[in-house]
Design a binder for this molecule. Structure first.
Ligand code: SF4
Ligand code: SF4
Length: 402
């Protein structure tokens, strides 16, 4: 069944069926990028199917159950932003521009080889970008409710999941039954649990890892085609770090001030902000964003009688600023601050992200009421403000010194 929420164009469908040819400018790529292209090409040639997704609201269990490998496509680099700006407005979130730019320039192997890209109606910029992306790639957009509180929100989102499952079945000629969804939920829960255990390393004083190392590990995992393998790698890493710590290794200075990052997805700011924090006497102990605890601590009830409802309920619970109201984010934030013994909170707002930018007023007031130091940084992926950010971050951490 092809639903009215499918926005893929005939041009994109033809491009998708071109399948495994490398882009014309492949030879111009650096070696690491070439290797990723070859890896994705070989995966496709061996019968694998790739589904790209951008957002934590994408119900990955449906893709897993349909036999597709899900890869995160959130643009985290400034590299393709100038190309994207030939089509999209300059005054738009860098994550949206970067993602679209990678599709336009065919520079991301996972975008290039995706058989389908999954979107969702979150913020205005992203949902309108998907309409343009559909000229380049097959795109399917789920219609996300605007809030969680209406009694029918859970019903609508479950219906969206069912339509999405029907689309995957029809488009890829597969059957997705409850047993496959349940199995996928169990596997995804194991991965989420492994991530939660990775985050928990930072509860130690001093923490067991650098926050930048955690962020880099998670970003690399977004391109893993095999969930089980990725889960095992994370579990091994956690065991290794715990053993080293027990043996007396202390990779982070005891004096490092403990920082929680909240706000927009931080994947594109690892160097510019993450490194600046950790080079100036801080350590990132908690990620309250899409790559961190905000979403990954939420599990699917894989024993529930109605597995579709259990999956859709889990995703609807995500407290992202695109939801209105979004009060549960505040309760969650206070709980994380306590659990990770946070000294200060830095909120990252990507330029032109209205949901997080406006919501930051609530976060700032909340933290002021609880006497917790807070700083908001509004930035993009370009290096132009790196020096200024370094200075502000260093000054903020200085104020946290005992
Ligand atoms: S911040 Fe919200 S809209 Fe953006 S990727 Fe995360 S869940 Fe999706
Ligand atoms: S960071 Fe903000 S503007 Fe950018 S995609 Fe996410 S919600 Fe939209």
């Amino acid at each position: 069944m092809v639903t009215q929420t499918t926005v893929s164009s005939p041009k994109a469908a033809t491009a998708a069926s071109a399948a495994t040819a490398l882009p014309d400018h492949f030879e111009a790529f650096a070696d690491a990028r070439k290797l990723s292209f070859i890896k994705a090409k070989e995966f496709k040639e061996s019968g694998g199917r790739l589904a790209g997704y951008l957002c934590s609201f994408a119900p990955l269990e449906a893709l897993d159950a349909g036999g597709l490998a899900a890869v995160g496509l959130c643009g985290t680099s400034n590299e393709t932003v100038p190309d994207a700006e030939t089509v999209l407005p300059k005054n738009l979130c860098p994550l949206i521009k970067s993602t679209y730019g990678f599709a336009l320039t065919q520079k991301c192997p996972f975008t290039y080889f995706s058989d389908i890209i999954i979107g969702e109606t979150t913020c205005d910029g992203k949902k309108k970008m998907y309409e343009l992306l559909a000229d380049l790639k097959p795109v399917y957009v789920l219609q996300l409710p605007q809030g969680q509180q209406r009694p029918y929100a859970a019903e609508i989102w479950k219906k969206e999941l069912e339509l999405f499952i029907a689309e995957i079945e029809q488009r890829f000629a597969v059957q997705i039954d409850d047993a496959a969804l349940r199995q996928a939920a169990t596997r995804r829960n194991r991965l989420r649990q492994a991530l939660v255990e990775l985050y928990a390393l930072q509860q130690a004083t001093p923490p067991m890892m650098s926050g930048v190392e955690i962020m880099t590990t998670i970003l690399q995992g977004a391109f893993s085609f095999d969930i089980e393998e990725y889960t095992e790698k994370l579990q091994a890493l956690v065991a290794e770090k715990r053993a080293a710590y027990a043996a007396g290794q202390r990779p982070v200075a005891a004096s490092a001030r403990r920082i929680l990052l909240t706000g927009c997805p931080s994947g594109g700011l690892v160097q510019k902000v993450g490194m600046a924090i950790e080079e100036n006497g801080g350590v990132i102990v908690c990620l309250d964003d899409c790559m961190g605890e905000r979403t990954n601590r939420l599990m699917v009830d894989d024993q529930a009688e109605d597995i579709c409802q259990a999956i859709s309920d889990r995703y609807l619970e995500i407290h992202c600023a695109v939801m209105s109201p979004n009060a549960t984010r505040q309760d969650n934030l206070l709980e994380l601050i306590k659990r990770y013994q946070v000294d200060g909170v830095i909120e990252l707002v990507l330029q032109a992200c209205h949901p997080f930018n406006i919501e930051s007023a609530h976060i700032s007031t909340l933290l002021e009421q609880h006497d917790i130091p807070y700083m908001k940084l509004e930035t993009d992926y370009s290096p132009s403000d790196s020096g200024q950010l370094q200075t502000r971050i260093a000054a903020f951490i200085e104020t946290l010194a005992q």
